[in-house]
Design a protein around this ligand. Sequence first.
Ligand SMILES: [Zn+2]
Length: 412
Amino acid sequence: MDTEPKQSIESIPAFDAFRNLLVENIGYFPTFHYDRNGLAGHRMRIFRTPPAADIRYSERALVRYICLADIITLAVSQNRAELLTSGLCLLAGGELLRHNKFAGLAFIASAFRDHNFVQLGPRQVIDTAIRAAHKQVAWRAVVNLLFPLAHEIGHLPESQKLCPAAIHSDAIYETYSINFEQVRGFTGNFDYRASLLNAESPLNLPTLRQEVASDFFAVAAMTHLPTRCASSDEVYPLDEIVAGILTFPLVMGAESMALKWGAGKLELQDITLAMHCRYSVIIDSIRASIKAQFRGRQDVAEVCRVIDSAVDHNVSQFDSWHLVVWDAFLDYFRLCQRFAQHSIDDILQMLRESRADARRSLAIASHLEMLADDVHGYSIDPDNHKELHEFSLKMKTFDTIVLRGRNALLLN
Ligand SMILES: [Zn+2]
């Protein structure tokens, strides 16, 4: 549990309005703890009488969300899928290093092949996001921080009940088929229907229904928040809210992709279709939920037209971004297959090649140090931990010098 107030999401100005909104809609706000340890996602315990819930909000999952949202935004805005491929490798490398040193190093060396990332430690990532959300007009940052939490709360039975009946009806089959028509142009044909019954697949019918209902709940919460926080003369931050929310399904897809380095092609297609199904329902939910707040106004027709045109504009941008994300998924998938064939010698050779470029070598070294120092997130076994430091040192040791921080030590 975290007690440092500067780290606290509850300290951002929008949080009180968020809490009140949820209490009005589900009757209570869950008790809420930060979980600094472990890599698992957010966890929740639900109590029936009286209705209550206890959420363990995983810092690690939040950091992963913020980092992926940033790297996706960067990759799609520059139309450079390879940036996202490297981001996925970085994430997979960090996770793999805990158990499988060589596979982890292969992913990390590959991530640094074209870019010298400087990744902040987990604490700094959250601090930076919270600082941004403290600013007056930073709705994108607020959505990044609160949408994943709202989505978790959306899994509560009280929240699930609030979703439109269509999500629980046969209409959901249409969501699958309409989105399949949209993605198969780039994913290729595949039999998604069998996955509806597969409990392991993100396309599994009960799983997707529940995720979509949680998304609906989170969209409703996020879209109502600006109205709750604003003074009467403020303009509704349409673009920031819409773009912030539409990033969510992309991040969820990228996260499943990064954590499945052994995936086959069908799993890759399943992840992409599930991501698209959630995206399409989220778009409808955004329109409905923003419009509902302006019902009863005299100029409601004009307001709805403005809302639709802002949503349409964002959607056409995100539609093209889905193609960039697919390219990154495919590249990452091919890399995973290639690394599975690599011997230890192949991987050491990759690292040796990295050392030919001093800047790359130093970037890898500080990344490995960051991972090794992240003792809360990474339950690395002690031997592996020591070796991580040694690898990092090796990357900074040349024939005649060792680089330590800003100092260069000459070797005899
Ligand atoms: Zn969920």
